[in-house]
Write a protein that binds this ligand. Structure first.
Ligand code: SF4
Length: 212
């Protein structure tokens, strides 16, 4: 199931955002901004982010504004991580955001999804991108968003296979290096969890094993 696109009053594409953290060290190699999307219908028993499941409750934000939140950090972070919720259930908006990140910055992109690699390869973009010559822009197997991701972590959370290591919450999840930006050693160097104190003084537990 994919959420329908939502547009702002001026015709700009919106993303349903659960949370944004400007600086994290437990969601991928190095310092990273983290985006949690709002909404997931995959229903993994034991999910540790149930507050992200509802289609309501998030902040509808334009891709341009979210991109600006990232751009102002570009000298402090080496990349962004997208998690959820289920990012690929807002694929048009995530594709637009990651396209801008990859074409306008040098930041790396890591994306967590509950979909399996086999499911993702079958996904079709609603509106294929066109090149200037009018030919369909295609980037290999699967949807366009794969072109803008360095590392993709795929698969449902399986509580019976809980792992909490190497950015995987359970052993069935698979890691896909879609570019040569990172190696398995980089992934293995990431701390399992962290506690972030927000500028507002709130405490946020984050990471693959958020002390749960
Ligand atoms: S895909 Fe992720 S957010 Fe969705 S239910 Fe599974 S673990 Fe939770």
């Amino acid at each position: 199931m994919q959420m329908s696109r939502r547009w702002g009053s001026e015709g700009v594409m919106l993303l349903n955002l659960h949370a944004f953290v400007p600086l994290s060290v437990a969601n991928g190699p190095g310092k990273r901004a983290v985006i949690w999307t709002q909404f997931c219908s995959l229903g993994c028993p034991g999910c540790f982010n149930p507050e992200t499941h509802s289609a309501t409750g998030g902040e509808w934000i334009s891709i341009a504004e979210l991109f600006q939140r990232i751009v102002v950090l570009k000298d402090q972070i080496e990349g962004i991580t997208v998690s959820g919720g289920e990012p690929l259930q807002q694929r048009p908006a995530i594709t637009e955001l990651l396209r801008r990140v990859k074409t306008e910055t040098f930041l790396s992109v890591i994306l967590f999804t509950g979909f399996t690699w086999e499911e993702i390869k079958k996904m079709k973009d609603q509106k294929p991108e066109k090149t200037g010559s009018g030919e369909q822009k295609r980037i290999g197997e699967g949807p366009e968003v794969l072109s803008y991701i360095d590392v993709l972590i795929t698969g449902r959370y399986e509580a019976s296979q809980r792992l909490a290591r190497d950015l995987r919450g359970s052993a069935n999840k698979t890691i896909h290096f879609l570019t040569n930006r990172y190696t398995m050693a980089d992934i293995q160097s990431v701390p399992h969890a962290e506690i972030i104190i927000t500028p507002e003084g709130n405490m946020v537990m984050s990471g693959i094993d958020p002390l749960f």
